[in-house]
Design a protein around this ligand. Structure first.
Ligand SMILES: Nc1nc2[nH]c(O)nc2c(=O)[nH]1
Length: 444
């Protein structure tokens, strides 16, 4: 079946930044087969999108979907205080709660223009069931594309870590669990809807041994690597005291910089570290709202982009970004970059690039995702700019980035409609909300 989206403004985010004031995108099956100005000269199912903007679907490079069930807690805390408050609650997590939270979180992401979700799941209480399977089931229910990071923590309080001892796994269990997730769910094929990555949580929750062995495992099995790094000054202080080096130098020493690695946050980086991330093509998942909520600082996005490092956007867990929407991270990224570096620090189109192609690069999918070009997967967001909030704005990309997130007229993942006219089409939003409320009550 050929689907033709037409009469819309299009920001392709291709290498030349090609845009059309009124154009078409042709989709055959799961693939884009044509894009251009004016109407398409082929037959097919035509959708008139007058007044809309088509962009690549947004790519969320960092999330903790289970946290959708623990929003609004430790509202005025630092990261370490917030984690210490939440760990005992997360200790009661099980596969059912993870499924409900992940389904709701992915629904919210889809409704805000996101087609690909990287979820970092690092809490595996004893007897909590198969949480990775629960995340896969939620992904299939909503119909987005997912990079599920099998996270881990093996460094409890008695080893100088932050989490309580009863919340961490042994190093061996963490590695076995990661390898099992890869074997069960990782799809290396082009067009994959589910991939797995290896993700020891953060320097203050993970042993050096697990960091090294997880990197070996990932490289042996051909999956990507992800962790939190350089998020707060507290982390930096602890890292310097324990290892005599900054978190970025520590990651470098452990073999954790490279084009198969993307790091969440990277707020506190010295100039040398920025250059090193650029030279090694290590990705950064920039999470501006969460960084603001936790007051961690403003990431050096301009410097990272100039150094050649891939930078994508992330919502982060909804316990530190209660909105859980990805569209608004374009806006927040722009504001924070300009607060740090002045009015020329980031353009609206660079913000869109980070939310699409930058994210695709972080996940190693830039050959398939992140831009609207023939041969790429038909993962598209159609933004409705016809309402009171946007009508008459000259530049649709500026409307998307500078305004609040517009309604999603249509969201396609591999050519399949996930959202239409601002409503989820793959599942029932009211039922998902009910399941989430029950799961949140049970957890708390
Ligand atoms: N924003 C967050 N930072 C973290 N560090 C860590 O170890 N866990 C987290 C987290 O859940 N969110």
């Amino acid at each position: 079946m050929t689907l033709i989206l037409e009469n819309a403004a299009i920001a392709t985010v291709d290498a030349d930044g090609t845009e059309h004031r009124s154009g078409h995108v042709v989709i055959d099956g799961d693939t884009i087969t044509a894009v251009g100005a004016g109407r398409a000269g082929v037959a097919g199912d035509r959708v008139d999108l007058t007044g809309c903007l088509i962009t690549p679907g947004l790519v969320n490079t960092h999330h903790h979907l289970y946290q959708w069930a623990t929003r609004g807690l430790a509202a005025d805390a630092t990261l370490f205080e917030w984690l210490v408050h939440l760990y005992p609650i997360w200790k009661r997590l099980d596969a059912g709660i993870t499924h409900a939270a992940a389904t709701a979180g992915m629904a919210r992401l889809a409704l805000t223009g996101c087609t690909t979700v990287a979820d970092h799941h690092y809490v595996f209480p004893h007897d909590s069931g198969d949480q990775i399977e629960a995340l896969v089931a939620a992904t299939n229910r909503i119909g987005v594309r997912a990079h599920l990071v099998r996270g881990s923590m093996d460094r409890g309080e008695s080893d100088g870590g932050l989490p309580p001892d009863n919340l961490v796994e042994t190093t061996e269990a963490a590695l076995i669990g990661t390898e099992a997730a890869i074997h069960a769910h990782h799809d290396p094929a082009p067009g994959a809807r589910i991939r797995i990555a290896a993700g020891p949580c953060s320097p203050f929750t993970v042993s050096e041994q697990l960091m090294r062995q997880a990197a070996d495992l990932a490289r042996r099995t051909g999956v990507r690597l992800h962790t939190h790094l350089a998020e707060t000054l507290d982390e930096e202080e602890q890292c310097v005291a324990e290892n005599g080096c900054t978190p970025a130098e520590y990651a470098d020493k452990l073999g954790w910089l490279g084009d198969d690695v993307w790091l969440a946050h990277t707020v506190h980086l010295e100039d040398a570290a920025i250059r090193r991330l650029g030279a090694t093509r290590t990705g950064s998942a920039h999470c501006p709202t969460s960084n603001g909520r936790l007051g961690t600082g403003i990431a050096p996005v301009r410097g990272l982009l100039d150094a050649g490092a891939p930078v994508g956007l992330g919502v982060d867990g909804a316990a530190s970004n209660e909105s859980g929407g990805l569209g608004e991270e374009l806006h927040q990224a722009l504001l924070q970059a300009r607060q740090r570096g002045g009015p020329t620090a980031l353009t609206v189109r660079e913000a869109l690039w980070m939310g699409t192609m930058g994210g695709a690069r972080c996940l190693g999918r830039d050959g398939e995702l992140g831009s609207i070009e023939p041969g790429k997967l038909a993962d598209l967001a159609v933004w409705d700019l016809t309402g009171l909030r946007y009508a008459g704005i000259e530049d649709p990309v500026a409307a998307l980035v500078l305004g609040t997130t517009p309604p999603v007229k249509r969201l396609l993942v591999g050519g399949r409609t996930v959202v239409e006219d601002g409503e989820l089409r793959t599942d029932d939003e009211t039922a998902i909300a009910g399941e989430l409320a029950a799961a949140s009550r049970r957890l708390r």
